[in-house]
Design a protein around this ligand. Structure first.
Ligand code: ATR
Length: 277
């Protein structure tokens, strides 16, 4: 880790509980590689103190932040402005501090699309089952609808949250059919039947959520968690294409890096670090 001086720019990831995050390794290695005088740290902030902490952060001299679970939607009222994508999606994963103003961006959506492009996966006119309705789901669903998915079925533990999400997106994407199903075994089985892509956007990385025998030939499985979850392992065991969230993590980070520094991120270095960590 490089040293700090009075000109060192400070960046941080805000979230909770943030047990394990690769973001500091990704950004600090990119800063080091480009000899960019900056440092990236972790700030664990609980939901109940988010508002109070933001007042403090505005005085703190940070240059930017990443925002993760559970604050991607909750930070919006605390910001001074939003990019087009962040406003459309209704979630922020990146904040740039400009002249003391906190401006929110969303690089999850484009990061997700870039990761699919890397894998040569096209979902145009396809039906997709999405698990989850949090901030990450908003970005993923927005990206899928914007780029031509024909149907998006959403299942979330808290059904109301899924209903709310599709109410907003239905108006924006008239050509995409949206449907909410219950987050229970029988509904998920049904929802998977004609799906081309199954995406887990929930934070559940320690259990399967669905039964392995439902993972049929030709289904593509994507889990935005950046390790091989039981879902990813089961899909691979069944011979399916299974993609974990490592690619999305690197791509969204590279896009945030560009927003903060106006420099092209050394994506190969970031990718190498992500794989090794
Ligand atoms: P992020 O911004 O990363 O999406 P989030 O907004 O906190 O994080 O959303 C987390 C998602 O994981 C939500 O869809 C959440 O479901 P709820 O809306 O019902 O809270 C889902 N999730 C978290 N823990 C879960 C669990 N144990 N079982 C099922 N879903 C869970």
């Amino acid at each position: 880790m490089q040293g700090r001086d009075s000109k060192t720019k400070l960046f941080a990831i805000i979230g909770y509980p943030l047990k394990r995050t690769l973001s500091p390794e990704l950004y600090n290695s990119a800063f080091k590689y480009l000899r960019y005088n900056a440092r990236y740290i972790i700030l664990r902030i609980k939901t109940k103190s988010l508002k109070k902490e933001f007042v403090r952060l505005k005085e703190s001299g940070f240059s930017g932040f990443n925002v993760t679970i559970p604050h991607k939607e909750a930070v919006i009222p605390l910001l001074d402005g939003l990019s087009y994508e962040a406003r459309e999606i209704g979630a922020v994963n990146t904040i740039k501090v400009m002249d003391g103003k906190f401006i929110g961006y969303n690089t999850d959506a484009q990061g997700f699309l870039n990761s699919l492009k890397d894998e040569n996966i096209s979902f145009k006119d396809k039906s997709i089952l999405c698990l989850g309705s949090g901030g990450a789901a908003r970005a993923v669903v927005w990206a899928l609808a914007k780029k031509g998915a024909s149907k998006i079925i959403i299942a979330n533990r808290t059904r109301d949250r899924a209903e709310k999400l599709i109410r907003i997106f239905k108006n924006k994407f008239a050509r995409c059919e949206f449907k909410v199903i219950d987050f229970k075994i029988s509904s998920l089985k049904e929802g998977l039947k004609n799906s081309y892509l199954l995406i887990n956007t929930t934070s559940v990385g320690n259990c399967l959520l669905i039964k392995p025998e439902w993972l049929k030939k030709d289904l593509i499985v994507y889990d935005i968690i950046y390790k091989d979850t039981p879902l990813i392992k089961a899909a691979r065991q069944n011979g399916l294409i299974a993609i974990n969230g490592l690619g999305m993590l690197v791509h969204q980070a590279a896009l945030s890096f560009k927003i903060w520094t106006n420099k092209k991120a050394p994506i190969d270095i970031m990718c190498k670090v992500a794989i090794q960590s």
